[in-house]
Ligand binder design. Structure first.
Ligand code: ZN
Length: 372
Protein backbone atom coordinates (compact mmCIF):
# COMPACT_ATOMS: atom_id res chain seq x y z
CA UNK A 1 0.00 0.00 0.00
CA UNK A 2 1.37 3.45 -0.96
CA UNK A 3 0.23 6.59 0.74
CA UNK A 4 1.19 10.23 1.20
CA UNK A 5 0.23 12.26 4.20
CA UNK A 6 0.49 16.06 3.99
CA UNK A 7 -0.75 18.28 6.73
CA UNK A 8 0.62 21.40 8.33
CA UNK A 9 -2.25 22.84 10.38
CA UNK A 10 -1.19 23.76 13.90
CA UNK A 11 -4.15 22.80 16.11
CA UNK A 12 -4.64 24.68 19.39
CA UNK A 13 -7.41 22.79 21.18
CA UNK A 14 -9.07 23.55 24.50
CA UNK A 15 -11.91 25.32 26.26
CA UNK A 16 -11.34 29.11 26.43
CA UNK A 17 -8.38 28.84 24.03
CA UNK A 18 -9.80 31.82 22.13
CA UNK A 19 -8.88 34.06 25.08
CA UNK A 20 -5.22 33.61 23.97
CA UNK A 21 -5.92 35.06 20.52
CA UNK A 22 -3.67 38.11 20.91
CA UNK A 23 -0.64 36.09 22.03
CA UNK A 24 -1.25 33.52 19.25
CA UNK A 25 -1.33 36.28 16.62
CA UNK A 26 1.57 38.17 18.16
CA UNK A 27 3.80 35.06 18.40
CA UNK A 28 3.17 34.45 14.70
CA UNK A 29 3.84 38.10 13.82
CA UNK A 30 0.36 38.49 12.34
CA UNK A 31 -1.10 41.99 12.07
CA UNK A 32 -3.56 43.94 9.91
CA UNK A 33 -5.94 40.99 9.76
CA UNK A 34 -9.56 40.70 8.66
CA UNK A 35 -12.19 38.58 10.35
CA UNK A 36 -14.37 36.58 7.92
CA UNK A 37 -17.60 35.45 9.53
CA UNK A 38 -21.26 34.67 9.09
CA UNK A 39 -23.51 37.77 9.67
CA UNK A 40 -24.98 35.94 12.69
CA UNK A 41 -21.78 36.62 14.66
CA UNK A 42 -22.14 40.36 14.15
CA UNK A 43 -25.55 40.15 15.87
CA UNK A 44 -24.38 37.71 18.55
CA UNK A 45 -21.46 39.97 19.52
CA UNK A 46 -18.82 37.25 19.02
CA UNK A 47 -17.24 39.13 16.08
CA UNK A 48 -16.71 42.17 18.32
CA UNK A 49 -15.35 39.97 21.08
CA UNK A 50 -12.75 38.61 18.65
CA UNK A 51 -11.69 42.11 17.59
CA UNK A 52 -11.37 42.92 21.28
CA UNK A 53 -9.29 39.78 21.99
CA UNK A 54 -7.01 40.63 19.05
CA UNK A 55 -6.08 44.01 20.61
CA UNK A 56 -5.96 45.75 17.24
CA UNK A 57 -4.26 42.98 15.25
CA UNK A 58 -7.58 42.31 13.45
CA UNK A 59 -8.89 45.55 12.00
CA UNK A 60 -11.73 44.65 9.61
CA UNK A 61 -14.69 42.32 9.35
CA UNK A 62 -16.16 40.69 6.22
CA UNK A 63 -19.56 39.10 6.71
CA UNK A 64 -21.19 38.96 3.24
CA UNK A 65 -21.49 35.17 3.39
CA UNK A 66 -24.46 32.86 2.82
CA UNK A 67 -24.86 29.34 4.24
CA UNK A 68 -23.65 27.80 0.96
CA UNK A 69 -20.76 30.20 0.24
CA UNK A 70 -20.72 31.50 -3.31
CA UNK A 71 -17.94 32.39 -5.72
CA UNK A 72 -19.27 35.98 -5.52
CA UNK A 73 -18.61 36.12 -1.75
CA UNK A 74 -15.05 34.89 -2.36
CA UNK A 75 -14.45 37.51 -5.06
CA UNK A 76 -15.89 40.31 -2.88
CA UNK A 77 -13.76 39.21 0.07
CA UNK A 78 -10.64 39.05 -2.12
CA UNK A 79 -11.31 42.55 -3.46
CA UNK A 80 -11.48 43.98 0.07
CA UNK A 81 -8.25 42.17 1.02
CA UNK A 82 -6.50 43.75 -1.98
CA UNK A 83 -7.90 47.24 -1.45
CA UNK A 84 -7.19 47.34 2.31
CA UNK A 85 -3.85 45.56 2.10
CA UNK A 86 -5.00 42.90 4.58
CA UNK A 87 -2.13 40.63 5.71
CA UNK A 88 -3.98 37.65 7.17
CA UNK A 89 -7.50 36.27 7.64
CA UNK A 90 -9.21 34.88 10.72
CA UNK A 91 -12.26 32.80 9.76
CA UNK A 92 -14.95 32.33 12.38
CA UNK A 93 -17.90 30.00 11.95
CA UNK A 94 -18.95 26.74 10.40
CA UNK A 95 -17.82 25.52 7.02
CA UNK A 96 -19.20 28.50 5.06
CA UNK A 97 -16.96 31.27 6.37
CA UNK A 98 -13.93 28.96 6.55
CA UNK A 99 -14.43 27.82 2.96
CA UNK A 100 -14.90 31.40 1.74
CA UNK A 101 -11.79 32.60 3.62
CA UNK A 102 -9.62 29.72 2.35
CA UNK A 103 -10.38 30.56 -1.26
CA UNK A 104 -10.15 34.34 -0.75
CA UNK A 105 -6.75 34.04 1.01
CA UNK A 106 -5.33 32.49 -2.17
CA UNK A 107 -7.19 34.21 -4.99
CA UNK A 108 -6.58 37.69 -3.51
CA UNK A 109 -2.94 37.37 -4.60
CA UNK A 110 -4.04 37.09 -8.25
CA UNK A 111 -6.11 39.40 -10.41
CA UNK A 112 -8.57 36.61 -11.22
CA UNK A 113 -12.04 35.58 -10.11
CA UNK A 114 -12.23 32.33 -8.12
CA UNK A 115 -14.57 31.10 -10.90
CA UNK A 116 -11.51 30.39 -13.04
CA UNK A 117 -10.19 27.97 -10.41
CA UNK A 118 -13.59 26.56 -9.46
CA UNK A 119 -14.01 25.28 -12.99
CA UNK A 120 -10.57 23.63 -12.67
CA UNK A 121 -9.11 25.47 -15.64
CA UNK A 122 -6.44 27.20 -13.62
CA UNK A 123 -4.04 26.09 -10.90
CA UNK A 124 -3.71 28.36 -7.87
CA UNK A 125 -0.38 30.03 -7.11
CA UNK A 126 1.54 28.52 -4.18
CA UNK A 127 1.41 31.83 -2.29
CA UNK A 128 -1.52 32.64 0.00
CA UNK A 129 -2.27 34.77 3.05
CA UNK A 130 -2.03 33.07 6.46
CA UNK A 131 -5.42 31.89 7.72
CA UNK A 132 -6.48 31.34 11.33
CA UNK A 133 -9.52 29.04 11.49
CA UNK A 134 -11.83 29.37 14.47
CA UNK A 135 -14.64 26.79 14.14
CA UNK A 136 -17.88 27.43 16.02
CA UNK A 137 -19.47 24.08 15.17
CA UNK A 138 -18.39 20.48 15.71
CA UNK A 139 -18.67 18.90 12.32
CA UNK A 140 -17.29 20.40 9.15
CA UNK A 141 -13.63 19.68 9.86
CA UNK A 142 -12.91 22.56 7.48
CA UNK A 143 -10.31 23.89 9.95
CA UNK A 144 -8.02 20.94 9.12
CA UNK A 145 -8.90 20.31 5.49
CA UNK A 146 -7.62 21.41 2.09
CA UNK A 147 -11.13 21.71 0.64
CA UNK A 148 -13.25 24.76 -0.02
CA UNK A 149 -16.79 23.93 -1.14
CA UNK A 150 -18.28 26.74 -3.21
CA UNK A 151 -21.53 27.36 -5.09
CA UNK A 152 -21.78 29.18 -8.37
CA UNK A 153 -25.43 30.24 -8.85
CA UNK A 154 -24.76 31.41 -12.43
CA UNK A 155 -23.48 28.01 -13.54
CA UNK A 156 -25.84 26.15 -11.19
CA UNK A 157 -23.12 24.10 -9.48
CA UNK A 158 -21.79 23.41 -6.01
CA UNK A 159 -18.46 21.61 -5.82
CA UNK A 160 -15.20 21.61 -3.88
CA UNK A 161 -11.83 23.04 -4.86
CA UNK A 162 -8.97 21.14 -3.26
CA UNK A 163 -5.61 22.83 -2.73
CA UNK A 164 -2.75 22.52 -0.25
CA UNK A 165 -2.97 26.34 -0.10
CA UNK A 166 -6.24 25.95 1.76
CA UNK A 167 -4.81 24.40 4.93
CA UNK A 168 -5.21 27.03 7.64
CA UNK A 169 -1.92 27.99 9.33
CA UNK A 170 -3.53 27.61 12.76
CA UNK A 171 -6.86 26.15 13.94
CA UNK A 172 -8.05 27.46 17.30
CA UNK A 173 -10.60 24.85 18.41
CA UNK A 174 -12.40 26.16 21.48
CA UNK A 175 -15.36 23.92 22.47
CA UNK A 176 -16.85 26.78 24.54
CA UNK A 177 -17.83 28.39 21.21
CA UNK A 178 -20.14 25.46 20.49
CA UNK A 179 -22.15 25.79 23.72
CA UNK A 180 -24.65 28.17 22.13
CA UNK A 181 -25.21 26.16 18.95
CA UNK A 182 -28.92 25.61 18.26
CA UNK A 183 -30.16 22.00 18.30
CA UNK A 184 -30.63 21.83 14.52
CA UNK A 185 -27.05 22.86 13.77
CA UNK A 186 -25.68 20.66 16.56
CA UNK A 187 -27.43 17.71 14.91
CA UNK A 188 -26.54 18.45 11.28
CA UNK A 189 -22.88 19.25 11.95
CA UNK A 190 -22.60 16.21 14.23
CA UNK A 191 -23.83 13.96 11.43
CA UNK A 192 -21.36 15.64 9.08
CA UNK A 193 -18.54 14.66 11.46
CA UNK A 194 -19.89 11.11 11.62
CA UNK A 195 -20.01 10.97 7.81
CA UNK A 196 -16.37 12.16 7.67
CA UNK A 197 -15.27 9.44 10.10
CA UNK A 198 -17.19 6.61 8.38
CA UNK A 199 -16.52 7.69 4.80
CA UNK A 200 -12.78 8.15 5.40
CA UNK A 201 -12.78 4.62 6.85
CA UNK A 202 -14.57 2.95 3.95
CA UNK A 203 -13.01 5.17 1.24
CA UNK A 204 -10.95 3.31 -1.36
CA UNK A 205 -8.16 5.79 -0.46
CA UNK A 206 -8.21 4.88 3.24
CA UNK A 207 -4.92 4.82 5.13
CA UNK A 208 -3.79 3.01 8.30
CA UNK A 209 -3.60 6.13 10.48
CA UNK A 210 -6.95 7.49 9.32
CA UNK A 211 -8.57 4.07 9.92
CA UNK A 212 -7.68 4.26 13.60
CA UNK A 213 -8.62 7.93 13.88
CA UNK A 214 -12.00 7.22 12.24
CA UNK A 215 -12.85 4.43 14.69
CA UNK A 216 -11.99 6.67 17.66
CA UNK A 217 -13.90 9.67 16.27
CA UNK A 218 -17.00 7.66 15.29
CA UNK A 219 -17.15 6.08 18.77
CA UNK A 220 -17.01 9.54 20.40
CA UNK A 221 -19.82 10.76 18.13
CA UNK A 222 -22.09 7.77 18.79
CA UNK A 223 -21.51 8.29 22.53
CA UNK A 224 -21.95 12.06 22.66
CA UNK A 225 -24.04 13.48 19.80
CA UNK A 226 -27.41 12.80 21.39
CA UNK A 227 -26.13 14.24 24.71
CA UNK A 228 -25.12 17.57 23.15
CA UNK A 229 -28.38 17.65 21.18
CA UNK A 230 -30.43 17.25 24.35
CA UNK A 231 -28.22 19.36 26.62
CA UNK A 232 -26.27 21.94 24.61
CA UNK A 233 -24.60 23.32 27.73
CA UNK A 234 -22.92 20.01 28.61
CA UNK A 235 -19.31 21.20 28.20
CA UNK A 236 -17.79 17.76 28.72
CA UNK A 237 -19.87 16.29 25.86
CA UNK A 238 -19.26 19.40 23.72
CA UNK A 239 -15.48 18.97 24.22
CA UNK A 240 -15.76 15.34 23.12
CA UNK A 241 -17.74 16.33 20.01
CA UNK A 242 -15.19 19.06 19.19
CA UNK A 243 -12.39 16.51 19.52
CA UNK A 244 -14.30 14.00 17.37
CA UNK A 245 -14.97 16.65 14.73
CA UNK A 246 -11.30 17.67 14.42
CA UNK A 247 -10.20 14.02 14.29
CA UNK A 248 -12.87 13.05 11.76
CA UNK A 249 -11.85 16.10 9.70
CA UNK A 250 -8.20 14.97 9.76
CA UNK A 251 -9.25 11.47 8.74
CA UNK A 252 -11.41 12.75 5.88
CA UNK A 253 -8.60 15.03 4.73
CA UNK A 254 -6.22 12.06 4.67
CA UNK A 255 -8.50 9.52 3.02
CA UNK A 256 -11.26 11.47 1.28
CA UNK A 257 -15.00 11.09 1.27
CA UNK A 258 -17.23 8.80 -0.76
CA UNK A 259 -20.82 8.30 -1.92
CA UNK A 260 -22.58 10.09 0.93
CA UNK A 261 -20.60 13.30 0.34
CA UNK A 262 -20.97 12.96 -3.44
CA UNK A 263 -24.77 12.95 -3.01
CA UNK A 264 -24.67 15.81 -0.52
CA UNK A 265 -23.65 18.40 -3.16
CA UNK A 266 -26.83 18.24 -5.33
CA UNK A 267 -28.95 17.74 -2.19
CA UNK A 268 -27.72 21.01 -0.69
CA UNK A 269 -27.77 22.87 -3.99
CA UNK A 270 -31.19 21.75 -5.24
CA UNK A 271 -33.07 21.32 -1.97
CA UNK A 272 -31.23 23.79 0.25
CA UNK A 273 -30.39 21.17 2.88
CA UNK A 274 -27.53 22.04 5.22
CA UNK A 275 -24.39 20.12 4.30
CA UNK A 276 -24.59 17.91 7.42
CA UNK A 277 -28.31 17.28 6.95
CA UNK A 278 -27.63 16.26 3.34
CA UNK A 279 -24.92 13.84 4.51
CA UNK A 280 -27.21 12.45 7.21
CA UNK A 281 -29.96 11.95 4.63
CA UNK A 282 -28.11 9.11 2.86
CA UNK A 283 -25.52 8.03 5.48
CA UNK A 284 -27.37 4.99 6.89
CA UNK A 285 -28.29 3.90 3.33
CA UNK A 286 -24.64 3.95 2.27
CA UNK A 287 -23.53 2.17 5.45
CA UNK A 288 -25.94 -0.64 4.44
CA UNK A 289 -24.72 -0.62 0.83
CA UNK A 290 -21.05 -0.57 1.88
CA UNK A 291 -21.60 -3.30 4.46
CA UNK A 292 -21.83 -5.54 1.37
CA UNK A 293 -18.24 -4.69 0.29
CA UNK A 294 -16.17 -7.84 -0.11
CA UNK A 295 -13.51 -6.80 2.40
CA UNK A 296 -16.05 -6.63 5.27
CA UNK A 297 -14.13 -3.69 6.75
CA UNK A 298 -17.22 -1.75 7.78
CA UNK A 299 -18.35 -4.67 9.98
CA UNK A 300 -14.94 -4.55 11.68
CA UNK A 301 -15.34 -0.80 12.40
CA UNK A 302 -18.88 -1.35 13.71
CA UNK A 303 -17.69 -4.12 16.05
CA UNK A 304 -14.81 -1.94 17.34
CA UNK A 305 -17.39 0.69 18.30
CA UNK A 306 -19.60 -1.85 20.06
CA UNK A 307 -22.21 -2.74 17.42
CA UNK A 308 -23.06 -6.30 16.35
CA UNK A 309 -22.29 -5.43 12.73
CA UNK A 310 -22.52 -2.59 10.18
CA UNK A 311 -26.26 -3.17 9.74
CA UNK A 312 -26.95 -2.52 13.42
CA UNK A 313 -24.76 0.59 13.17
CA UNK A 314 -26.94 1.77 10.24
CA UNK A 315 -30.06 1.11 12.38
CA UNK A 316 -28.55 3.28 15.13
CA UNK A 317 -27.82 6.12 12.66
CA UNK A 318 -31.43 5.98 11.43
CA UNK A 319 -32.72 6.03 15.03
CA UNK A 320 -30.48 9.00 15.93
CA UNK A 321 -31.77 10.87 12.88
CA UNK A 322 -35.35 10.34 14.02
CA UNK A 323 -34.49 11.31 17.62
CA UNK A 324 -32.92 14.55 16.39
CA UNK A 325 -35.71 15.49 13.97
CA UNK A 326 -33.58 15.06 10.84
CA UNK A 327 -35.12 14.62 7.40
CA UNK A 328 -35.39 10.90 6.61
CA UNK A 329 -37.80 10.68 3.66
CA UNK A 330 -37.97 12.20 0.18
CA UNK A 331 -41.03 14.23 1.13
CA UNK A 332 -39.29 15.52 4.32
CA UNK A 333 -36.51 16.84 2.09
CA UNK A 334 -38.88 18.24 -0.55
CA UNK A 335 -37.72 15.79 -3.23
CA UNK A 336 -40.32 14.89 -5.85
CA UNK A 337 -40.25 11.25 -7.01
CA UNK A 338 -39.96 12.53 -10.59
CA UNK A 339 -36.68 14.26 -9.63
CA UNK A 340 -34.92 11.04 -8.61
CA UNK A 341 -33.37 10.29 -12.00
CA UNK A 342 -31.90 13.80 -12.34
CA UNK A 343 -30.78 13.84 -8.70
CA UNK A 344 -29.03 10.49 -9.23
CA UNK A 345 -27.21 11.77 -12.31
CA UNK A 346 -26.09 14.93 -10.47
CA UNK A 347 -24.94 12.81 -7.51
CA UNK A 348 -22.18 11.26 -9.61
CA UNK A 349 -19.62 13.72 -8.18
CA UNK A 350 -15.86 12.97 -7.99
CA UNK A 351 -16.07 11.57 -4.40
CA UNK A 352 -18.28 8.74 -5.75
CA UNK A 353 -15.25 6.98 -7.18
CA UNK A 354 -13.85 6.43 -3.64
CA UNK A 355 -16.85 4.34 -2.59
CA UNK A 356 -15.89 0.73 -1.86
CA UNK A 357 -19.00 -0.65 -3.61
CA UNK A 358 -19.30 0.58 -7.20
CA UNK A 359 -22.25 2.97 -7.40
CA UNK A 360 -24.13 3.27 -10.69
CA UNK A 361 -26.92 5.70 -11.50
CA UNK A 362 -29.37 2.77 -11.28
CA UNK A 363 -28.09 1.95 -7.80
CA UNK A 364 -28.63 5.57 -6.74
CA UNK A 365 -32.16 5.56 -8.20
CA UNK A 366 -32.86 2.43 -6.14
CA UNK A 367 -31.35 4.01 -3.01
CA UNK A 368 -33.34 7.26 -3.35
CA UNK A 369 -36.51 5.24 -4.07
CA UNK A 370 -35.99 3.38 -0.79
CA UNK A 371 -36.33 6.74 1.03
CA UNK A 372 -39.97 7.28 -0.06
ZN1 ZN B 1 -18.79 17.00 5.13
Amino acid sequence: MDFTNIRSVKILFGSNKLNDLYSILDENELHNGMLVCDPYFIKSGLANKILHYSKGLITDVFFDITSNPTVNSVDNCAEIIRSKNIKFLAALGGGSSLDCAKAAASVCLTSHSIVQYHSNNRKLLKEHLPLIAIPTTSGTGSEVSRKSVLSDPLRGIKSPISSENFYPSIAIVDPVLTLSLPQKITASTGFDALAHALEAYYSRLHKPASDEISIYAAKLIFENLLNVYEDGLNLDAREKMSKASVLAGISADMSGSAACHACSYPLTFLYNLRHGAACAFTLDSFVRINAEAEDGRLHYLAKQIGFKDAYSMADKIKLMKIQMGMKTTLSDAGIDINDIENLSILSMQPDMINNPVVISIDKLVEMYNSLK
